[in-house]
Design a protein around this ligand. Structure first.
Ligand code: ATP
Ligand code: MG
Length: 137
């Protein structure tokens, strides 16, 4: 089975939506195998989203991700990476399918409630960024 890194972003933790979002993951057959609430510094958020450092929205994205606590989690299941992205919906909530997390909860393209890894290599890197081996069974 595959694992992926998920983040419940500040717009969602602020609105107390962690349980509702986790229910969507579980209904889709994803298991939450690790989870913690943390408050990223701008340096930590900047490093996490380094791949976007030359994009015009990078500064805004980093500031947002460091603005309030997030919930970082590891989701497990068959095809977890693709399945998670399906449950999340399109980056821009205006384009997200009915029933997806971003359709139901996202506020905007930037404040879009969740992050999910996009490939096996990034999933492995992102899980290791937030979780030690001892935290993963
Ligand atoms: P994520 O990586 O957070 O799971 P994604 O893979 O759907 O989202 P990316 O293209 O990787 O989308 O962009 C990373 C994040 O940057 C988006 O989730 C969104 O919060 C923000 N973002 C992307 N494009 C824009 C934009 N045009 N304006 C503002 N914010 C944006
Ligand atoms: Mg992405």
């Amino acid at each position: 089975t595959e694992r992926t890194l998920s983040i419940i972003k500040p717009d969602a933790t602020r609105r107390n939506l962690t349980g509702k979002i986790n229910a969507k993951f579980e209904e889709a057959g994803l298991r939450i195998v690790a989870q913690k609430r943390i408050h990223l510094s701008e340096a930590q958020a900047g490093k996490f989203y380094e791949v976007h450092k030359d994009r015009p929205f990078y500064g805004e994205l980093v500031e947002f991700m460091a603005s309030e606590p997030v919930v970082v989690q590891v989701l497990e299941g068959e095809g977890a990476i693709a399945k998670n992205r399906e449950v999340m919906g399109a980056t821009n909530p205006a384009n997200a399918d009915e029933g997806t997390i971003r359709k139901e909860f996202a506020l905007s393209m930037g404040e879009n409630s969740v992050h999910g890894s996009d490939a096996p290599e990034t999933a492995a890197q992102e899980i290791a960024y937030f979780f030690s081996g001892l935290e993963l069974v």
